[in-house]
Design a protein around this ligand. Sequence first.
Ligand SMILES: NC(=O)c1ccc[n+]([C@@H]2O[C@H](COP(=O)([O-])OP(=O)(O)OC[C@H]3O[C@@H](n4cnc5c(N)ncnc54)[C@H](OP(=O)(O)O)[C@@H]3O)[C@@H](O)[C@H]2O)c1
Length: 269
Amino acid sequence: MQAVIEERDELSWGHRRIANQDQRQGKDMVDLKGTVAMVTGASSGIGRAIALALAAEGATVCASGRNLGGLQGAVAEAGPAACMTALRADLTIEEDLELLRDHLSRAGKLDILIHAAGAIHQGRMQDARIEDLDVQYAINVRAPYVLTKLLLPLLTASRGQIVFLNSTAGLNAKRAEAGQYAATKHALRAVADSLREEVNSKGVRVLSLYLGRTATPMQEALCRQERKEYHPELLVQPEDVASVILTALLLPRTAEITDISIRPMQKPG
Ligand SMILES: NC(=O)c1ccc[n+]([C@@H]2O[C@H](COP(=O)([O-])OP(=O)(O)OC[C@H]3O[C@@H](n4cnc5c(N)ncnc54)[C@H](OP(=O)(O)O)[C@@H]3O)[C@@H](O)[C@H]2O)c1
């Protein structure tokens, strides 16, 4: 079991912000100040950009990942005025998921849950390793399912919002090497779609983002594996994704954005 390490004193953010949010319960969300957000995959790439964007808007952010250095870097970049806590957790380990739940239960509130952690292995079925399929299932499907289930009482209490970072591979699997990853992202889409039907009546919104190639360490590694040149400037930027998510989170409660597709404006050659 991995230890969960807190970089900031949780009590420093708990009480003041809870009071702020309670005053606004039942009203439209006009800004993110006073909200509490959990972001998985916050040590790198898209999750990191989302965590920073939420913190910049005044949200209290629980930034989760395995790589403590990456999490500490995000906390440092957010700056001393921001309210970001680094929580080291391996989402494939049951006890770590429960420790995240316990941390937020002690805080007493959760408004936004962003599932950005993910893993990808590409390969044709004839060569593919079953261990890779198991890892992707664990991080891309099981972890967001179990973590959401554990946090559902807090999310329904706050009429919260849940965001799943999906992929174009969650919509279309017609690429020979994409079978394992696409299967997990199709499953993630099903989790989100079904959950939305369950929780909308309780005031909880659920959003899936179907991303094309985005300039992150995951994408850089993928290009290396595919023997393609990596041109981050031609790809979707993590900050673009964060900006779209913020817009969706701030939408008045009369509407819900359910699915968003984002792809690079230009096609890398
Ligand atoms: N980049 C793209 O082109 C692209 C396109 C479509 C969809 N997506 C999706 O977008 C999401 C973010 O990807 P990214 O591009 O930002 O990748 P990234 O830079 O590689 O970040 C992946 C994140 O997932 C976390 N993670 C992986 N395994 C974990 C585990 N067992 N426990 C806890 N955290 C774990 C990593 O944390 P640690 O390193 O700290 O373990 C890291 O923070 C993923 O769901 C991915 O499938 C990305």
